[in-house]
Ligand binder design. Structure first.
Ligand SMILES: Nc1ncnc2c1ncn2[C@@H]1O[C@H](COP(=O)(O)OP(=O)(O)OP(=O)(O)O)[C@@H](O)[C@H]1O
Length: 434
């Protein structure tokens, strides 16, 4: 086994971790041939490298009638190899197969992260054919450079945990040969052969056809994917530089800086800027609309482009991403200033206004809460904000920009207009917006 190219490959791949004194690994064990082979290799590596700590986790999605059998299989295998084992039970309730797979994946990573010992690297069994199938699925969807780059060998989860795919350059058939040669038993998931599903169709029909016709196709495709990843990494570095050049301290984007760039570079930096605020990228059409309005509209013209999670506004030569709700961070209780996303600043002043918040009152600033109620000082009775705005003849398009100060869920100040009678204090505080 030690002489086999797969063992040598994984050993070589992990040396990078050993160099950094990282010896703790958790195998994400599904019972399928890929992760089972990976587990055997880690078991062997442990003999050669005594510092190595290996454990395994099986995530039981409860989706297959065999899920518990697979769990038992994994548990027995780990007992045989003297590798500590854990299983996590997750619940998935989705209707379509695509969203089901996505949910299962998300739940799986979360469970793996939660159950893995602190600091250990999670090892996943995806191989070169998984990678090519992912590439082809993305090609079918019309993805760009990033999407076609498919899976990264190394990935960092939100928590900072590292996931690593040491078999990503190895073909499925090499893994299967290894298992046959060394009599390694594993489970087979029948649902992987149903060709109504795109990945299975690519796996059973398309990739074998290409591999038969073009010698070395899988490795060549793998090399192309690695090149795409490198080019994306390079582009990311340049994008970072452009973004740094183009934004100010409030993360607003300078229109005059944009105009020094070519069209593709503008589109690229606007996308990168938007990704600071939202995961949902606008369509190509919306993006062009933003760029056109930002650059071509008269300097004093109002600009507003609505996106799903906020609006793009222009103010004194800068673009702002304005979200409807801005929550004050806890430290804002003591801090005297808050920069709003549209370039204005909310400043806490001492004087006639509100009593200070109590220790159990969280201070937040919100926008667009027309149905919130308040009894303003020197006004008759309590009513909705909509009513008081109307009463004070505030133009409708200005109302949404008025910061509203809440103590917990109670509206206490309509900045620039009203203070709550119940919360008033002659020697208190008030918020001003500049
Ligand atoms: N139930 C499971 N428990 C633990 N690990 C799992 C489980 N299912 C899959 N894995 C891990 O994920 C790897 C990839 O599995 P598979 O190809 O079935 O998942 P996938 O849905 O394609 O995931 P991905 O989106 O990450 O490619 C496996 O080799 C294994 O390491």
């Amino acid at each position: 086994m030690q002489a086999s190219p797969i063992y040598q490959h994984v050993k070589h791949a992990l040396e990078h971790f050993f160099k950094h004194q990282q010896y703790n690994f958790t195998v994400a064990l599904s019972g399928g041939v890929d992760s089972v082979v990976l587990l055997h290799i880690m078991h062997l590596l442990k003999q050669a490298q005594p510092k190595l700590n290996v454990n395994a986790i099986y995530v039981n999605h409860g989706l297959s009638q065999y899920a518990n059998d697979w769990q038992r299989f994994c548990q027995n295998l780990c007992a045989e190899l003297n590798i500590s084992f854990n299983a996590a039970q997750v619940t998935i309730n989705s209707k379509t197969r695509t969203s089901l797979e996505a949910q299962a994946r998300e739940a799986r990573y979360k469970a793996l992260d939660e159950l893995s010992p602190a600091g250990s690297v999670i090892l996943l069994g995806q191989h070169l054919n998984d990678q090519i199938e992912t590439f082809l699925l993305r090609l079918k969807r019309g993805s760009g450079l990033k999407g076609l780059g498919a899976m990264q060998k190394m990935r960092e989860l939100q928590s900072g945990r590292i996931c690593y795919r040491p078999l990503l350059n190895i073909t499925r058939s090499d893994i299967e040969h290894f298992a046959t040669e060394f009599n390694i038993t594993h489970i087979t998931d029948d649902s992987n052969t149903d060709e109504r599903f795109d990945r299975n169709f690519l796996r059973a029909r398309v990739v074998p056809l290409l591999a038969k016709r073009f010698k070395g196709f899988e490795h060549c495709a793998g090399r192309s994917i690695e090149l795409l990843q490198q080019q994306q990494a390079l582009l990311d570095e340049y994008t970072e530089l452009d973004l740094k050049q183009s934004i100010n301290a409030h993360q607003a984007l300078s229109v005059s800086q944009l105009t020094t760039y070519s069209n593709v570079r503008i589109t690229n930096v606007v996308r990168a800027w938007l990704s600071l605020f939202t995961q949902v990228m606008p369509s190509q059409k919306q993006l062009l609309q933003i760029i056109n309005q930002a650059i071509n509209a008269q300097a004093d013209a109002q600009m507003q482009v609505d996106l799903s999670e906020g609006q793009i506004r222009r103010h004194q030569g800068y673009l702002y991403f304005v979200t409807p709700h801005i929550l004050l961070a806890d430290e804002a209780l003591t801090s005297n200033e808050l920069a709003l996303n549209d370039g204005r600043v909310l400043i806490k002043q001492q004087g006639k206004g509100l009593r200070a918040p109590l220790p159990n009152e969280q201070v937040t600033v919100r926008f667009n809460c027309n149905s919130a109620r308040i009894k303003p000082l020197k006004k008759p009775g309590s009513n909705t904000l909509k009513h008081w705005f109307k009463d004070a003849k505030v133009a409708p398009w200005l109302r949404e920009r008025v910061p509203l100060i809440f103590y917990n869920d109670e509206l206490v100040q309509v900045v620039g207009y009203f203070v709550s009678e119940k919360h008033q204090d002659e020697n208190g505080i008030f918020w001003e917006c500049k």
